[in-house]
Design a protein. Structure first.
Lengths: 301, 278
């Protein structure tokens, strides 16, 4: 079986706190290295919905863990919706939150199932979270959207309210293709996906810089220099400080298993810091729309 | 590109509703309820909608500052807010959310496709209907211009303020054209202030003029005045009109309604208050 590498990047919208981040994604432990079947998902909560983060989490968790996950099954979706409603303490909410709760939550969703032994990937999407396959340094697949011009303010969404999902079956898009050793699979929420496709249209290869950030084998000297800067900014990290960073909101989302080592978490924080600084430049220049960013990188070695 | 500034907590935008509360607003629309009643009802509904748009699981995000200016009663121009918000001219949406004047119960008939049943719901109220006095429109826009000018001094890069003016008659304190033009000439770095004029008819009028693109069918000089002082709709508003109301407006469509009825009032308020907060 091939070996795989899985990395996650996440960055909240500029001006928002980490706890206001409304994307959800399969955490690192989703990739079990002894498994031939790997299920990963990403979801983007709609800004104007309430409790959409909670709905995104439920959809992603269930897709990652349940092979019977079925968006076309209204009973299955009803169960998820009941779980969503049950997680919210309605009586504690002020009048406007109670009123908005009745409209439900809405998310865009993308899930992929990778069958390593069969060398296939199956994807399912509602909305504008996108999936890309890079092979031999070229983008060979983009799904469900293929051009930056296709992104807009009204993507298809999965609602937490059954009554709003009557037309959902028409919004579900499926995709299946072969994968090979050496392929890089990316899953990203809409703002990053739109930027990514616009870069590819200019004949750029944005995946190379992304790989340089998370791949420990690449550009070691540059990373060492950056790491020195990071230590100067944040202070020397000993194990105790690193343990305390387990409180970090993103650490909890990314690792989510309570077992990861402090060194792994420090390493992730450092790489995400590089990624976040790079994103900030893109946002400041207007190339990247200011929105939450989630980027999952899955490499078949 | 104009009208594309991001709307967020650090860079909010503002809505200012300017409502005619003169004596003629006591006249009824086709359903037998007064124009004043409908305007107050729809503004309350719109405020509730704006609160809802800003509501997240962790509280209200102050994307918007809101004001409601009434003119007419005692020939004065004042904030139409009452209770804790009395006298306040432009306030963050969170303050509106936390300070409704009261909650009123309304009975509605709910039809879920299988059977109909009456349901009582509670709705927040911030302003009451008033129909009394003259129509000091010039004085109203003097205050509006001050409020917006002060806002822009502190928020120079904001998505431009939107002013929605609702009236049923002509000004009694002179020609407001210069004041309206002055308002429309104010701007942030993202574009000029938007002024939309919604004129309501009496119960017997027909053929409302809705978001026209030219002045070809304007019935009188007063319609001309309001049309010439109404801003163009933004692309997002035009998209909303088409997608959600099935109304096709071209790029020259102005935020202007003449001889409007209840239906056009609802649509005008909905479309005129649409901004993208993603």
């Amino acid at each position: 079986m091939n070996s795989v590498k899985y990395h996650i990047f996440c960055s909240p919208k500029k001006g928002s706190k980490k706890t206001e981040y409304e994307d959800a994604f399969s955490p690192l432990y989703s990739v079990g290295y002894s498994s031939n079947i790997i299920r990963l998902a990403i979801a983007d909560g709609a800004t104007e919905s309430s409790f959409s983060k909670e709905w995104a989490d439920i959809l992603v968790d269930h897709f990652s863990q349940d092979e019977k996950f079925d968006l076309r099954n209204t009973d299955y979706l009803s169960l998820l919706s009941t779980q969503w409603g049950g997680n919210i303490k309605n009586d504690d909410l002020p009048w406007y939150a109670q009123s908005k709760l009745k409209h439900g939550a809405h998310v865009a969703f993308l899930g992929i199932t990778v069958a390593l032994d069969k060398q296939k990937v199956i994807a399912i999407a509602v909305g504008d979270c996108c999936f890309f396959i890079i092979r031999d340094n070229k983008l060979i697949s983009a799904f469900p959207l293929v051009d930056a011009s296709q992104f807009n303010n009204t993507p298809d969404l999965i609602a937490s309210d059954k009554g709003q999902n009557i037309t959902l079956p028409k919004k579900i898009i499926n995709f299946e293709t072969d994968i090979q050793q050496g392929d890089l699979l990316l899953m990203a929420s809409d703002a990053f996906s739109a930027w990514f496709l616009s870069e590819v249209k200019k004949n750029n290869k944005p995946w190379n810089f992304i790989k340089e950030i998370y791949d420990d084998d690449l550009r070691v000297q540059e990373k060492k220099r950056l790491y020195k800067n990071w230590l100067q900014i944040f202070g020397y990290w000993d194990k105790e400080i690193a343990e305390s960073k387990a409180e970090d909101y993103f650490i909890q989302k990314v690792f989510n298993d309570g077992n990861s080592l402090a060194d792994e978490k420090m390493d992730w924080l450092f790489k995400n810091w590089i990624f976040s600084n790079w994103l900030e430049n893109l946002r400041n220049t207007g190339l990247l729309k200011n929105d939450d960013v989630s980027l999952l990188c899955f490499e078949i070695k | 590109m104009a009208y594309s500034a991001e709307i967020n907590r650090k860079q909010p935008t503002c809505f200012l509703f300017v409502i005619d509360q003169s004596g003629s607003m006591v006249d009824n629309l086709a359903d037998g309820k007064s124009k004043a009643w409908h305007v107050a009802n729809k503004i309350n509904g719109l405020l509730q909608n704006l609160v809802s748009r800003c509501s997240k699981s962790d509280g209200i995000r102050d994307y918007f500052y809101i004001g409601v200016i009434g003119y007419g009663q005692d020939s004065k121009v004042v904030s139409a807010f009452e209770g804790n918000l009395s006298g306040k001219e432009l306030i963050p949406i969170s303050e509106i959310a936390d300070n409704p004047l009261e909650f009123r119960e309304i009975e509605q008939m709910i039809d879920d496709g299988n059977f109909k049943q009456k349901q009582t719901s509670k709705f927040p109220v911030w302003i009451n209907p008033i129909a009394d006095g003259s129509t000091p429109m010039c004085e109203a826009f003097t205050l509006v211009n001050q409020v917006i000018d002060n806002w822009l001094k502190q928020n120079s890069n904001c998505f431009p303020p939107i002013v929605i003016h609702i009236t049923d008659g002509e000004s009694t304190d002179g020609d407001p054209s210069s004041k309206m033009a002055q308002l429309r000439n104010m701007s942030s770095s993202d574009g000029n202030v938007l002024l939309f004029n919604v004129h309501l008819s009496s119960a017997n009028s027909t053929n409302p003029l809705f978001f026209p693109s030219n002045d070809n069918n304007l019935p009188d000089s007063y319609a001309n005045l309001l049309y010439n002082n109404s801003s163009l709709l933004t692309p997002y508003m035009i998209e909303t009109a088409q997608k959600e109301h099935g109304i096709n407006c071209d790029t020259n469509a102005r935020g202007f309604v003449y001889n409007g009825d209840l239906d056009t009032l609802i649509k005008a308020l909905d479309i005129g208050s649409r901004v993208d907060i993603k």
